[in-house]
Design a protein around this ligand. Structure first.
Ligand code: AMO
Length: 438
């Protein structure tokens, strides 16, 4: 008999035969009768064992360790005594996978184990419904992203993750030995995205891992994250890129709201997408607002983590929005970003922006410098050796259209969408300064 989900058992007639399977969550043994609570992906259902009906095997069955996987064939019996509205009277119960005792962590405990225990035993941590829900939402969000790009005429690409040069500055590069040559794990698909503009692909996006050797531990940084990037040609200014970004974020959020209503409800989360146009606040104005709010700086004035949070509150209180762009980033603050186009009326400013969501940077992007001579000059200004970037630079010598794009941290998107304290909650097997396993 084919196994079905407990949710589908609901649709069967009272008394119909079925086969279900799942993890044994709890055993309640009352002597002559026992109730097994079994969990599959769609719910928790009850199996009733009656001693005088099943005889000797009763004692074996009530002693199956919790979290073992069991397979049940039996008859559906409707009842109003269980949440699912039915229970199963089994004709056979077999164990497909025994669980050792004691369990490394509890699956139905009200209080979470500490982070390290949870992530050391992530397979078991993920058996908790609320943890799985995060990944159900994440999967839908990605469907929404792809739906948006398809409608907008973008094509999905994959670029190399072992690379010869870094795109976002040397400090956070992971070195790799590549057949005896010096190589790195890609921090961003940046240079390849731009080369594809030179190749005439015009509208591309990529959803892929990016690597950053961040030497600190925060709740919003990891060493490996999914960078959601797009790049588009023939833009008039960075406004075109900002608009596309805002609509991308809105569309994917609406997609989750429509397709994932039950997941959001189970998580108790209300999703509020951006309204258009999303407010744009130049970096210099952000500093003024922060000064008015009483912020002080030890070194240079910039929008740091604390500043982001304050601005997030300010925009929420004054404009009732979770979103705003910080625009016109000063050139010296984007110091590693040699490819950023500067404002023609003021080269101390770039066309670069960040999109902030609930007081945290979600997106970085802008218009790129597509003029070869200017690009070369900007690299030299930053002491970068053009020879290290020759295969990238070559693309600019044979006709490069004006273009721009963004990188969006997928995990940060989910983190803020679901109001999660730590970015690691959004990653199955996170990588950080102290974690390489599992
Ligand atoms: P940037 O370095 O700002 O820009 O990265 C883009 C977005 O990626 C996310 N992000 C991270 N998420 C988790 N852990 C990290 N360590 C981490 N670092 C970055 C953030 C950030 O906004 N090439 C440019 C993008 C572009 O201009 O197209 C870039 O990589 O959400």
């Amino acid at each position: 008999m084919k196994r079905i989900y407990s949710e589908d058992v609901k649709l069967l007639e009272d008394g119909e035969q079925c086969r279900v399977a799942g993890w044994l969550q709890e055993v309640r043994n009352l002597g002559g009768i026992a109730f097994l609570k079994v969990r599959d992906r769609t719910g928790v259902f009850q199996v009733v064992l009656v001693k005088k009906e099943i005889g000797e095997s009763f004692d074996d069955l009530v002693n199956i360790p919790r979290e073992s996987v069991i397979d049940i064939e039996g008859r559906k019996q409707e009842t109003d005594q269980t949440d699912m509205g039915f229970e199963i009277l089994p004709s056979s119960v077999s164990v497909s996978g025994y669980a050792e005792k004691p369990l490394p962590l509890g699956v139905v405990d009200k209080v979470d184990a500490d982070m390290d225990t949870r992530f050391d035993n992530r397979f078991m941590d993920l058996r908790k419904k609320e943890k799985l829900l995060i990944f159900q939402v994440r999967s839908l969000l990605l469907d929404g992203v792809r739906d948006f790009f398809r409608k907008e005429g973008f094509i999905e690409v994959n670029t190399p993750k072992v690379v010869a040069a870094g795109a976002e500055g040397g400090a956070t590069l992971f070195k790799v030995d590549y057949y005896g040559k010096k190589a790195y794990l890609a921090q961003s698909p940046q240079l390849f995205k731009q080369m594809l503009m030179g190749a005439g692909l015009e509208r591309i996006y990529e959803i892929a891992p990016a690597y950053r050797a961040e030497d600190f531990d925060t709740v919003r940084h990891t060493s490996e994250f999914i960078s959601l990037d797009f790049e588009m040609s023939y833009i008039d200014s960075s406004n075109d890129v900002m608009n596309m970004t805002a609509y991308l974020v809105e569309h994917s959020m609406r997609y989750v709201m429509e397709e994932g209503e039950r997941f959001l409800e189970a998580l108790g989360v209300e999703v509020v997408p951006p309204e258009h146009p999303v407010r744009k606040i130049p970096h210099s104005q952000c500093i003024e607002i922060l000064e008015d709010m009483g912020k002080t700086w030890e070194d240079e004035k910039s929008v740091d983590t604390q500043g982001e949070k304050m601005l997030g509150r300010y925009v929420k209180e004054n404009y009732d929005s979770d979103f705003f762009f910080i625009t016109e980033f000063p050139t010296h603050l984007k110091k590693n970003t040699f490819y950023a186009m500067r404002k023609d009326y003021d080269p101390s400013l770039t066309t670069y922006f960040d999109l902030e969501y609930k007081g945290q940077e979600l997106v970085s992007g802008g218009q790129r410098e597509h003029r070869y001579d200017v690009l070369l000059a900007q690299m030299k200004e930053l002491d970068l050796d053009p020879n290290d970037f020759e295969s990238y630079l070559r693309t600019f010598r044979y006709g490069m259209p004006p273009h721009g794009g963004i990188g969006l941290g997928l995990e940060r998107f989910i983190q803020q969408l679901l109001d999660l304290d730590n970015i690691r909650e959004t990653i199955l097997f996170p990588r950080d300064t102290s974690r390489l396993e599992p």
